[in-house]
Design a protein around this ligand. Structure first.
Ligand code: UD1
Length: 417
């Protein structure tokens, strides 16, 4: 039986918590190390399982990878292997970010298809069509994305949707293509900006960084570098929402508050006092939060990864909230678990209407993915009695020291086998 958390609700969170490097950045930065022969060093890596798993993927491609605390050193050979096999890739879907770098370095890539997950289907069509426009042939063969290119030629690529993963793969292929590539409707999440900064340090010529039009002048080769991962804005915002829900007072450090502008503004409309600081922020809530509507959108919109926490907040807010999910089709599935905790929520397609209740009541609930699990724990923090949250290995995938951080803020939570 997998581990579970026992959470006794009712304690206002207070104190300070520090967040580590962003999960959604570090894996792409590690993949970017494939782009240059030699040793790249990445610091401020979060202590989550995906980092050693990504190290395994890179070792399978011929790299030497040394993990030491929050630092990873990746030595890439002159000729990396191009086949990322199923055993390594199936364990986490983000490993598909090696596709672009492999096509760039080896002119060839075979990457096992990671498959969908609990939040909905996750096709790779935009990754493939971008690579095709750069001159690669790309097909799905025997459960793998296969890409081959005699040469990569810069191109104008317009994405149907600002996909984070497709932008990253196309960007990492284009840095070693011949000539200019323009990605229109590119995603502009802070993690993509982080990747751009690392690529620039490696010698890539990029402009439009942080905008939806990224222009890349292809280089013949890149050089290894040292780079510090940005702070995890999703983890930071999880603690902010927890402070609002529990009527607490929490200071979060290790994150750029500009990466959470819209989220912090939304929390202010619940009545929270927000102080932005150079390396984080402080959230203080003095009364039951007021209901607010949320609509998830690509950055700078409200992050889909915070939608489950927004549902948790809406569950106990004063008033009715409408939450709209525009990014992942199946991300409302976990709402059934919220209802088990007493939330008055109804979903219809990509809308959820949540009527806030003064208090939730404990029940056994099951996490289905990282963020749904975190959303359920937040709800458990304001539920009467002891809530059992099952399948917490999902939460551990995205939150280093989840229990310890919450305990440090005064929460009554413990892990049991
Ligand atoms: C990344 C994040 C994830 C976050 C998401 C959206 C990582 C490791 N994960 O996921 O936490 O929730 O961004 O901010 O960084 N799509 C297609 N075809 C494609 C690619 C995507 O239809 O080729 C669709 C997806 O099904 C989804 C939407 O586009 O509906 C957004 O996906 P995308 O931005 O690509 O998310 P990921 O990069 O997978």
């Amino acid at each position: 039986m997998s581990e579970r958390f026992l959470v006794t609700g009712g304690v206002p969170l207070s104190g300070a918590v520090h967040v580590g490097g962003a999960k959604n950045s570090v894996l792409k930065l590690m993949a970017a190390a494939l782009l240059a022969e030699g040793t790249s060093i990445i610091t401020n890596c979060p202590d989550i399982l995906d980092v050693p798993l990504m190290a395994e993927v890179l070792r399978g491609l011929g790299c030497e990878v040394v993990l030491d605390g929050d630092t990873v050193a990746i030595t890439t050979p002159a000729e990396p292997k191009y086949h990322a096999d199923f055993a390594a890739v199936r364990q986490f879907r983000a490993s598909v970010c090696v596709l672009g770098p492999l096509v760039a370095r080896c002119r060839r890539a075979v990457v096992a298809l990671p498959g969908g997950d609990a939040i909905g289907s996750r096709p790779l069509d935009m990754h493939q069509s971008g690579l095709r426009l750069l001159g690669a042939h790309s097909e799905i063969e025997h459960g793998c994305v296969v890409a081959r290119a005699d040469e990569l030629q810069g191109a104008r690529i317009r994405l149907d949707f600002p996909s984070v993963g497709a932008t990253e793969n196309i960007l990492m292929a284009a840095v070693l293509a011949e000539g200019e590539t323009v990605i229109d409707n590119a995603a502009r999440e802070p993690e993509i900006v982080d990747l751009c900064h690392m690529l620039i340090q490696m010698g890539a010529e990029l402009s439009g960084v942080g905008t939806s039009t990224l222009t890349i002048q292809g280089a013949e080769k890149l050089v290894p570098t040292e780079h510090r991962v940005i702070g995890d804005r999703i983890v930071a915002a999880t603690w902010a929402i927890a402070a609002v829900m529990t009527i607490g007072d929490v200071r979060v450090t290790g994150v750029n508050p500009k990466h959470l502008s819209l989220v912090l503004d939304k929390l202010a409309t619940t009545g929270a006092e927000i102080d932005r600081e150079p390396d984080g922020f402080r959230v203080k809530q003095r009364h039951r939060p007021k209901a607010v509507n949320f609509s998830t959108l690509p950055y700078p919109g409200f992050p889909t990864d915070l939608q489950p926490m927004a549902i948790g907040l809406a569950a106990i807010a004063d008033g009715t909230s409408m939450i709209t999910e525009n990014v992942f089709e199946a991300r409302f599935r976990f709402v059934e678990e919220m209802i088990r905790l007493g939330s008055d929520a109804r979903t219809d397609g990509h809308h959820a209407v949540v009527r806030g209740v003064p208090r939730l009541s404990s029940a056994p609930v099951w996490s289905s993915d990282i963020r749904a699990g975190a959303g359920l724990v937040l709800a458990a923090l304001v539920a009467d009695g002891v809530t059992e949250v099952h399948d917490v290995y999902h939460i551990d995938r995205g939150y280093p020291h989840f229990i310890e951080d919450l305990q440090g803020l005064g929460a009554d939570i413990r892990r049991v086998a």
